[in-house]
Design a protein around this ligand. Structure first.
Ligand code: CTP
Length: 400
């Protein structure tokens, strides 16, 4: 079988050294990789390294091996182009269709999915020029993953770090697995909630639930691979940040509501995979609740939390926004699911049966996705990513 053909574009940022690991991951897992650095990238990692690791000659210019017409052929033959790190400069050039070196030519001739993994200082990432270029690229169907937050070159920290090469690799694998299918969420903003809220009783105790957040994280990874800008609102999860998503951490249902509504104000789709506590303690005790000899335990008074999914469904910032809920049920799964879909007012409800060994914390899931239009889509037991793919297929159907 022909090896998948990957073009690894490397532009001139300090994170270029991390692209060596990305390259290794591709080659060791059976991909044929052509590295196309920019001239500036070679200030950070030399030609010999790229050539030795990829097993191919490396050039930055269109004037080498002209007889092979490299400026056209490399892009035409690629199954995937990934630019990592992608500087503000290379994205500006790509957004404007400039073609002054081999990488920019390749970006113009490639017809396969193109992934940009940006890395730059926060100020450059946030500059209106970069914002517009990123929006242009996404609008045209490129996958621009969100940079990670953390230590940048020097002493500063902020948004702009290249995500971990292992995570970029996994995201690229997912893109490749979709074959020639267009990244159908490119240009879309998707908000996903994940995990389970915790409602504090006192400084050491809380009311919580058993949600691990794995389904929400799988949704985030799949949405990134399909080209979406992803905001993941994560409640009390202990999972590594999914590469390419913006992660907002929350604790309680009230905090989750605030974060989700804020992000949803300009989102195309919201997927509420989080397990949100319906009730919270009526009072928060600032000191630890103590037991007293001979006394009954104090009664636990609860108050209702806001229903975020119902609120999202009823007060949509735009008519075209798609809202997806999840329903965890232990009995009468489908009947309860239909009733919940009608009650919440969302477009889709993913209904799964939960119990001692089902769904919570596992890598697999099985569900039926109910549509407000009466559709029922059964998703057989399998990886949580598979369920996520079906959810986004149904979301994309509803966009159109
Ligand atoms: N949800 C929410 N806000 C709440 C409770 C739930 O947004 N206060 C959302 C969840 O994120 C999920 C959906 O509603 O997408 C259904 O959650 P579930 O716990 O199954 O439903 P409940 O409304 O809590 O109904 P019940 O507990 O009565 O089954």
């Amino acid at each position: 079988m022909k090896k998948p053909q990957v073009v690894l574009g490397v532009s001139g940022g300090i994170a270029a050294y991390k692209a060596c690991e990305l390259l290794r991951r591709f080659t060791e897992s059976g991909h044929d990789v052509r590295v196309v650095p920019t001239e500036s990238a070679l200030h950070f990692v030399g030609e010999a390294t790229w050539s030795a690791l990829s097993g191919h000659p490396v050039s930055t210019r269109v004037w080498d091996s002209v007889e092979e017409v490299p400026h056209v052929r490399i892009g035409q033959h690629a199954d995937l182009v990934v630019v990592a790190p992608a500087t503000a400069d290379i994205m500006a050039k790509a957004a404007h269709g400039l073609a002054d070196d081999l990488l920019t030519n390749t970006l113009l001739t490639a017809r396969c999915p193109v992934v940009f993994a940006p890395a730059m200082h926060t100020e450059m990432w946030e500059h209106p020029a970069t914002r517009e270029n990123v929006a242009t690229l996404r609008g045209r169907g490129a996958i621009v993953i969100e940079p990670a937050v953390g230590r940048l070159t020097g002493v500063d920290t902020g948004k702009g770090r290249l995500p971990d090469p292992a995570d970029i690799f996994e995201a690229c694998r997912r893109v490749l697995a979709r074959g020639a299918a267009a990244p159908d969420l490119a240009g879309r903003h998707v908000v996903i909630s994940a995990g389970g809220t915790r409602e504090p009783l006192d400084p050491v105790r809380y009311l919580g639930n058993r949600s691990s957040g794995k389904q929400g994280y799988a949704l985030a990874r799949v949405a990134v691979a399909r080209g979406a800008r992803v905001t993941l609102v994560a409640a009390n999860t202990a999972l590594p940040d999914p590469a390419g998503a913006d992660v907002v951490r929350v604790g309680t249902a009230v905090q989750l509501r605030e974060a989700v509504l804020k992000a949803a104000a300009e989102a195309d789709a919201v997927v509420m995979a989080a397990a949100v506590a319906d009730f919270r303690p009526a009072r928060y005790m600032t000191g630890k609740i103590k037991k007293k000899d001979g006394e009954e335990p104090p009664p636990l008074e609860l108050v209702r939390n806001p229903d975020v999914l119902a609120e999202l469904s009823h007060d949509r910032p735009s008519a075209g926004q798609i809202v997806v809920g999840f329903a965890a049920e232990t009995d009468d799964v489908l009947a309860n699911g239909h009733a919940k879909l009608a009650r919440k007012g969302c477009d889709l409800l993913v209904v799964n049966e939960v119990g001692d060994h089902k769904a919570f914390g596992s890598e697999e899931n099985e569900a039926v996705v109910l549509g407000a239009d009466g559709t029922e889509t059964a998703v057989p037991y399998g990886p949580k990513e598979d369920l996520a793919e079906v959810v986004f297929d149904l979301v994309v159907d509803r966009f159109s």
